[in-house]
Design a protein around this ligand. Structure first.
Ligand SMILES: [Fe+2]
Ligand SMILES: [Fe+2]
Length: 226
């Protein structure tokens, strides 16, 4: 039964179909998340994937609960969207040589999956309420909150350090530490014997948050040395 075929006649059909779709997606994610954790280098990112793996197993169980509450068969239908997101993540990861850049790519891929789930659960909750199934809606809402929280944590991780590490990849410097100072994220980098401080401006959501003033030793094309 496809989403836009005539097999779906009622809102109830649509609700059940989307339950089956997200059930498949969650199952695929329980297979993808351990692989993403294995590829991640940053310890917090690795742990974040493993934590969300445990949550995702709960998401599968909650969907089974909702199927039963609604008197529908527990069943998965192929979801080409999540297959595409996972496939693209695999392809991109295979093309990224530097581990720091790979971490940034993994966060991006994971957020694509989270956003997909957030959209699906948002609609399912609204439809459940419309169908008078507030009991189903409240179970689905628990999952939605975990998806949103995961998405937020991934953004924080990216903006607090992973993107900066990725931007410094392949430069001759070695990052010794990162810290926040006066609202600016600073990277302490070493060049041979010297340790210098590189900083990015506090504009993590901009396309290029890094200052572009030429560096004294040009350790990185987009970093400004203090
Ligand atoms: Fe999930
Ligand atoms: Fe998720």
């Amino acid at each position: 039964m496809g989403l836009f075929t005539k097999d779906i006649k009622t809102m109830n059909d649509l609700f059940v179909h989307q339950l089956q779709d997200i059930y498949y997606a969650e199952q695929q994610l329980t297979k993808a998340l351990p692989k993403m954790a294995a590829k991640a280098t940053d310890p917090q990112l690795k742990q974040g994937f493993l934590t969300h793996l445990e949550e995702t197993k709960q998401h599968v169980a909650r969907l089974e609960e909702v199927f039963k509450m609604h008197g529908a068969q527990v069943k998965a239908v192929d979801c080409p969207a999540i297959d595409g997101i996972i496939e693209e993540a695999d392809e991109t990861a295979g093309e990224v040589a530097d581990k720091a850049v790979l971490d940034a790519a993994l966060i991006n891929a994971a957020q694509a999956a989270e956003h997909y789930e957030i959209v699906r659960y948002g609609s399912l909750i609204a439809w459940a309420k419309q169908l008078g199934r507030t009991d189903c809606a409240s179970v689905l809402a628990k999952t939605l909150e975990e998806e949103k929280a995961t998405d937020k944590k991934l953004t924080t991780l990216a903006e607090s350090k992973v993107n900066l590490r990725a931007a410094l990849a392949r430069c001759t410097s070695i990052i010794r530490s990162l810290s926040k100072h006066d609202g600016r994220l600073e990277a302490y980098v070493s060049h041979g014997a010297a340790i210098e401080v590189a900083a990015c401006e506090p504009t993590p959501s901009s396309i290029n948050p890094f200052a572009t003033t030429p560096a004294r030793r040009a350790p990185h094309r987009s970093l400004r040395l203090l």
